[in-house]
Design a protein around this ligand. Structure first.
Ligand code: AMP
Length: 149
C-alpha cells in the first residue's frame, strides 16, 4: 500500500527543485514562429516559454499552436512562418507559480500541466518546475517512509 505524503513533504519549498532560467530553452517576444518551431524541434521539448526583453514571462508556445496558425484550407502554409510573431499566437492563460511556493501548490497545478513556469514577485522568469521532478521527489519520499516502517 502507498502511504500518503505527510505535511513536511507538502510544505517543502519548490525553490531547490526548479530548473533555473539559464538552462531553460525559450523564445523572446518579437521572435518569429519559424524561429520558435526551430527551437522546439531542435530541443525536442513539447512547449517552451515566451519571455520579454526584461526576462518576464509572457506566454507559452508549442508546435501545435504554430501548426494551427498556418493551417490553410488545402495545405499547411509554411511560407507564412517568418511573418508570424510568437506573441500573436502564444498561449497566455497558463498557470504560474511563485518561487516561494511549496509542493502542495505545485502538485495541485501539475495535475493538468507537464511543467510550471516559476516567477518572482516582479514577474521575472526564474525557471520551470516539471511534473517529472516533483514525481521523483514524491517517489523518493514514499520509498523512504516505506523503509522506515
Ligand atoms: P520533462 O519532465 O523533462 O519531460 O519535461 C517536460 C516538459 O517541460 C518538456 O516537454 C518541456 O516542455 C519542458 N522543459 C523541460 N526542461 C526544459 C528546458 N530545459 N527548457 C525548456 N523547456 C523544458
Amino acid at each position: 500500500m502507498i502511504s500518503l505524503p505527510n505535511r513536511d513533504f507538502l510544505d517543502t519549498y519548490i525553490e531547490d527543485f526548479i530548473i533555473s532560467s539559464e538552462k531553460v530553452a525559450h523564445v523572446q517576444v518579437g521572435n518569429s514562429a519559424e524561429h520558435a518551431l526551430l527551437v522546439l524541434t531542435k530541443t525536442g521539448y513539447s512547449a517552451i516559454p515566451v519571455l520579454d526583453r526584461k526576462y518576464r514571462f509572457r506566454g507559452l508556445i508549442n508546435t501545435q499552436i504554430i501548426t494551427d496558425s498556418i493551417l490553410g484550407m488545402e495545405h499547411i502554409e509554411y511560407e507564412r512562418l517568418p511573418d508570424i510573431r510568437v506573441e500573436e499566437i502564444m498561449q497566455t492563460d497558463f498557470p504560474l507559480i511563485k518561487v516561494d511556493e511549496r509542493f502542495q501548490k505545485a502538485l495541485d497545478l501539475l495535475i493538468n500541466q507537464n511543467f510550471l513556469c516559476v516567477v518572482d514577485d516582479d514577474g521575472l522568469f526564474m525557471g520551470i518546475l516539471t511534473r517529472r521532478v516533483i514525481l521523483k521527489q514524491l517517489k523518493k519520499k514514499i520509498y523512504q517512509d516505506k523503509n522506515n516502517q
